[in-house]
Design a protein around this ligand. Structure first.
Ligand SMILES: *Cc1c(COP(=O)(O)O)cnc(C)c1O
Length: 375
């Protein structure tokens, strides 16, 4: 006897990047920031008093909300704190999509690009809401008729990851504003800005009242830019009525006292985190050039990772197909305790996604790649 719902029984659960437990590895597979969180964050955690743990935390992370609102020029009612950005993704699907829609795409499912963050369709399947997916152009830009296709499919929520994962491509704010305007009256647009700290521009201006958009939410996270993936703290910025709807559906105490204190300190001290972003930009350029010099195809990236295609003439690998080459290099690096991300997914099997690490880690990566190229 199985007791779970049919959609859960048939669910292909999300596959996170491997988290090796031995300390002696170079982890370039889950886009963590290679630098530690700033000292002010560690101090904020140490300063949490026993009494703050004895009591329930602020249900809506009020202090964080006010800090974020001030920094981004918004009202506190336009900010929601969540247990990682991933909780916000689950919440928007709960709130804006029908459940049990059983493949009927006229019933307010989600709309995504292909490829995209692989968690989106998994969350949709858990909620049992349909997924409409539209292929990106070959340069990973969004096709012109994207919004039209979403409206025709009757989706209730469109999820765009920008800067894009796993390519690193970025769409400018005006293009996203056009899509939001087209979707207005039909669907909510969530722009997943998990990697925004590593990009040249963001979509915050879509929340300007003068734009008159009532359907936009931005996702932000402390996991990447702020070196706090272990903390589990993310947040949404958006039109106040959308945030109020999400607020009704979240867990009563969805973020804890420690994470609220740390996340508030992290935002207040973002100048310190930005030093690590600069280091990542510099290393991103250096690694991209090093791999291009070794005949890898490297996509331009505005994130803390690069998507690369190994050269088909890899000397050690004559006769292997491009697809096998990427898988082969993935295994070769893993055997040397260097973890990068391989996606067994249409359009990505010939590629590897490599997180930008510290200079020393990146040197170890290029050394290992040289060993692979010249056995
Ligand atoms: C990392 C990431 C998130 C959020 O991650 P959390 O750790 O849950 O905050 C959301 N979207 C994308 C595309 C990501 O890479």
């Amino acid at each position: 006897m199985s007791y779970e719902r049919d959609n859960i029984r048939s669910l292909h659960a999300y596959t996170p990047g491997e988290q090796p437990t031995t300390g002696d590895v170079i982890k370039l597979n889950t886009n963590e920031n290679p630098y530690p969180p700033c000292e002010a964050v560690m101090a904020a955690i140490r300063n949490v008093q026993a009494d703050a743990l004895r009591r329930y935390p602020s249900p809506n992370a009020n202090q964080f909300r006010e800090t974020a609102a001030t920094i981004f020029g918004l009202a506190p009612t336009q900010v929601i704190a969540t247990n990682g950005g991933d909780e916000l993704l689950r919440l928007v699907i709960t709130v804006f999509c029908n459940a049990g829609a059983e493949g009927d795409t006229s019933r307010r499912g989600i709309g995504v690009t292909e490829p995209t963050y692989s968690l989106y369709p998994v969350l949709a399947n858990i909620h049992d809401t349909p997924v409409k997916s539209v292929p990106l152009n070959s340069d990973y830009s969004i096709p012109d008729d994207f919004a039209d296709q979403m409206i025709a499919a009757g989706v209730g929520l469109v999820l765009i990851v920008n800067p894009h994962a796993p390519s690193g491509h970025v769409e400018n704010a005006e293009r996203l504003a056009d899509i939001a305007a087209q979707l207005q009256g039909h669907a909510v647009l969530l722009i997943d800005e998990a990697y925004v700290d590593f990009a040249e521009n963001d979509a915050l201006s879509l929340l300007d009242a003068t734009r008159g958009l009532d359907n936009v939410i931005l996702l932000r996270t402390m996991s990447k830019g702020y070196s706090l993936a272990g903390l589990r703290f993310g947040y949404g910025l958006g039109h106040a009525p959308l945030i109020a709807a999400l607020d009704k559906a979240r867990d009563s105490y969805n973020t804890d006292a420690l994470s609220q204190a740390a996340a508030t300190a992290a935002l207040e001290n973002r100048d310190e985190a930005s030093v690590t972003w600069q280091a990542v930009f510099d290393e991103r350029k250096r690694v991209a050039e090093a791999l291009s010099d070794r005949s890898f195809a490297v996509l331009p990236s505005q994130t803390n990772f690069i998507l690369v295609t190994p050269p088909s003439n890899g000397p050690s690998n004559a006769g292997l197909s491009d697809v096998t080459l990427a898988a082969d290099l993935h295994q070769f690096l893993k055997a040397r305790h260097i973890f990068v991300r391989y996606f067994d997914h249409e359009g990505l099997r010939d590629k590897l996604r490599i997180t930008i690490g510290s200079p020393k880690q990146n040197d170890a990566l290029t050394d290992a790649i040289d060993a692979w190229l010249n056995p």
